[in-house]
Design a protein around this ligand. Structure first.
Ligand code: ZN
Length: 269
C-alpha cells in the first residue's frame, strides 16, 4: 500500500467528507430550527407587547372608574349638604366643590374615551388584517394588523413545527451517532499519522478548513481545480497523474488525481 504524504492527507479528507455527508443528512434542519425559533421569539414578543398594553389599559380604566365613583359620591354628599345650607355663602361654596368634582369626572371621562378610541383603532386594524388575510394579501399586512387570535395560532403552529423538526433532527442524530463516533475515532487516528508524516500538508489543510473551506483536498476535474474551477497549468498535469499534488493558484486548495480518492475509499473498506 502506498503511504506517501499526499495519500495520508487524501485519506483524512475522505474521512472528513464522510462526516460532512452525514451532517448533510440533517438536511438543513439545524438552520431551519434556528429560523423557526427566531420566528417564535418574535411572535411571542408581539403577543406579550399587546398583552402588556391591554393590562395597562385595564389598570388605567379601573383607576379612572374609581375616581369617577369617588367624585360622584362626593357630589352626592355636597348636594345633601346644600339642602341643609344655612346661607348663600355656604351653598355657593358647596356648588364650587361640586363643580370641581364634575370637572374631575369630565377629565376622567376624556381619558376613558381616549383608551376606548385607541382600542377601537387597534381592533379596526385587526379587522382590516383579517380581510387582507381572507383575500390572501399577506404582503400588505403590517404587524398591527395581525389579529390576536391568528397571532396566537401562528405561535402555536410555529411551536409545533419546531418540535417536529427537533424530533426529526434528534432521530437522525441518534441513528448516525455510532457512525459519526467511529469516523471521529478514525479521523483522530489519521490526524496523528499525518501530523507525524506530513506536518506541513496538515497545516495547509487545517489552514484551509479554518478559512471555512471544507474540501481542502479536491480532485482534478476536466484539467481544472474542482474546488474553484480554475484551470491547472498543463505542465502540472503529469505530476498530478503520477500521484503528486498541486496547490491551486486561485483558491489554495490541494488538487490531486481522483484515483487517490478511490484508493482512500478502498482502504477505508
Ligand atoms: Zn482552486
Amino acid at each position: 500500500m502506498d503511504h506517501t504524504k499526499i495519500n495520508l492527507i487524501v485519506r483524512l479528507q475522505h474521512l472528513d467528507n464522510k462526516i460532512q455527508n452525514i451532517v448533510s443528512l440533517q438536511k438543513g434542519l439545524p438552520e431551519e430550527i434556528e429560523a423557526l425559533e427566531e420566528d417564535i421569539a418574535f411572535t411571542a414578543k408581539q403577543i406579550e407587547a399587546r398583552k402588556k398594553i391591554a393590562a395597562e389599559h385595564a389598570k388605567t380604566r379601573e383607576r379612572l372608574n374609581d375616581t369617577i365613583e369617588h367624585c360622584r359620591s362626593k357630589i352626592k354628599t355636597f348636594k345633601d349638604k346644600q339642602t341643609l345650607a344655612r346661607n348663600n355663602k355656604e351653598y355657593d361654596a358647596l356648588s364650587k366643590q361640586i363643580e370641581y368634582e364634575e370637572k374631575e369626572i369630565a377629565q376622567a371621562d376624556i381619558q376613558l374615551q381616549d383608551i376606548a378610541q385607541t382600542e377601537q383603532k387597534a381592533s379596526e386594524m385587526q379587522e382590516k388584517g383579517r380581510q387582507l388575510i381572507a383575500e390572501n394579501r399577506y404582503d400588505e399586512i403590517s404587524e398591527d394588523m395581525m389579529p390576536d387570535d391568528i397571532l396566537e395560532q401562528q405561535l402555536s403552529d410555529l411551536r409545533d413545527q419546531v418540535e417536529q423538526k427537533k424530533e426529526e433532527l434528534e432521530s437522525i442524530i441518534v441513528e448516525t451517532a455510532g457512525e459519526v463516533s467511529a469516523l471521529e475515532q478514525k479521523i483522530s487516528e489519521q490526524r496523528t499519522v499525518v501530523e507525524k508524516e506530513a506536518k506541513r500538508l496538515l497545516s495547509k489543510y487545517d489552514h484551509l478548513k479554518n478559512g471555512n473551506i471544507q474540501n481542502a483536498v479536491v480532485k482534478l476535474h476536466r484539467q481544472a481545480c474542482s474546488g474553484c474551477n480554475t484551470r491547472v497549468p498543463t505542465n502540472r498535469h503529469t505530476l498530478i497523474v503520477q500521484g503528486g499534488f498541486y496547490l491551486c493558484e486561485s483558491c489554495g486548495r490541494i488538487v490531486v488525481h481522483e484515483r487517490l480518492f478511490d484508493e482512500a475509499a478502498e482502504q477505508d473498506g
